[in-house]
Design a binder for this molecule. Structure first.
Ligand code: SF4
Ligand code: MG
Length: 322
């Protein structure tokens, strides 16, 4: 399939001023030189511990944030530095589903108006047609047309996430960023929501960036998976390849912390424990950012930042061992 989205050397730094008077400005390097692409109709999983920059990557792609540097190419157009007016048609093509289905819905609006607001912003429908679309969307996500007149607090977490999904679908997007859409839900509901997202994807030809902190959550929904650590993409491969043959020490550690024993994962990768905290992104380690927690760290790792290399068949990783 053709490439729908490409991110090239994307950086997002947030300024932090230390002290009130004349303090120096430091920068949190939330996303630092990240590159990847997503094909049309594909799901790319993006995983890493909290604070690794995966949500910031998603928010920068859909221009909730302006990138500090780098390119975001969507359907052939560079949108990373586009002015707001030119960006308007793209805002319709790219939507986001948020982690917290409680905080992301306006509690004072009815479900119908929450979904209809997206139609209004883009002048897509009014009156009877608008109402029909709202009912159809509720049906698509497994809710009833009667739910349109009710308020978010009347629904469970899983139902609210369905409302959030219906809202994102209202503008007929091509690309949806799912930012930990199931992390806040009961385990019993998680599979239902993932299955629904997969059904909607094949029905509507959607392309997903699926963000999660846990590799086990993205395994089945993702065609390919990228792993982030402290603002850097450290490994990216086809989903099954990544699980069977992780080559970056951080990915190996993440996989070994999955509690369910997996016969597909080689024994050598099963007993690596991830020790220590993630260092501050304000002052990341020199060279390889993982070196303070890596059991293979060598002098070179402090001196040079490892580049992403193809270790075969599009399996990319950034580590001096390779
Ligand atoms: Fe470990 Fe060095 Fe590889 Fe970084 S570059 S993951 S510190 S071996
Ligand atoms: Mg997040």
């Amino acid at each position: 399939n053709e490439i729908l989205l490409e991110v090239k050397n994307l950086k997002k730094y947030f300024p932090v001023r230390k002290g009130f008077f004349g303090g120096q400005t430091q920068y949190v390097q939330a996303v630092d030189d990240v590159s990847f692409f997503i094909r049309k109709g594909e799901t790319l999983g993006l995983v890493g511990e909290s604070g690794c920059g995966k949500s910031t990557t998603g928010r920068t792609i859909i221009r909730l944030y302006n990138p500090t540097a780098g390119e975001v190419i969507f359907g052939g157009a560079e949108i990373g530095h586009m002015k707001e007016n030119d960006l308007h048609p793209f805002r319709k093509k790219m939507q986001m589903i948020f982690q917290d289905p409680y905080a992301s819905l306006n509690s004072r609006m009815t479900v119908g108006d929450i979904i209809g607001e997206a139609l209004d912003i883009h002048n897509l429908a009014t009156g009877k047609e608008r109402l029909e679309i709202i009912h159809e969307l509720l049906h698509k996500v497994g809710l009833n047309p009667d739910h349109a007149v009710r308020y978010p607090h009347e629904f469970s977490g899983g139902q609210r996430q369905r409302i959030g999904i219906a809202r994102s679908l209202a503008v007929r997007p091509e690309f949806i960023i799912c930012d930990e859409p199931i992390s806040a839900l009961d385990v019993s509901i998680q599979a239902q929501v993932v299955n629904m997202l997969e059904d909607l994807q094949s029905e509507l030809g959607l392309t997903y960036l699926f963000i999660a902190h846990d590799l086990s959550m993205v395994r089945h929904i993702s065609d390919r998976v990228g792993v982030m650590y402290l603002g850097k993409l450290v490994e990216l491969a086809d989903s099954e390849e990544l699980y069977k043959n992780p080559v970056h020490p951080y990915t190996q550690a993440l996989l070994s912390s999955i509690p369910i024993p997996d016969p597909d994962v080689s024994k050598a990768n099963q007993r690596i424990l991830l020790e220590g905290d993630v260092p501050s992104p304000l002052n990341p380690p020199s060279g390889c950012r993982f070196r303070t927690r890596c059991k293979y760290a060598m002098p070179k790792c402090a001196e040079a930042m490892p580049e992403m290399k193809d270790v075969g068949g599009g399996h990319m990783a950034a580590c001096h061992l390779l």
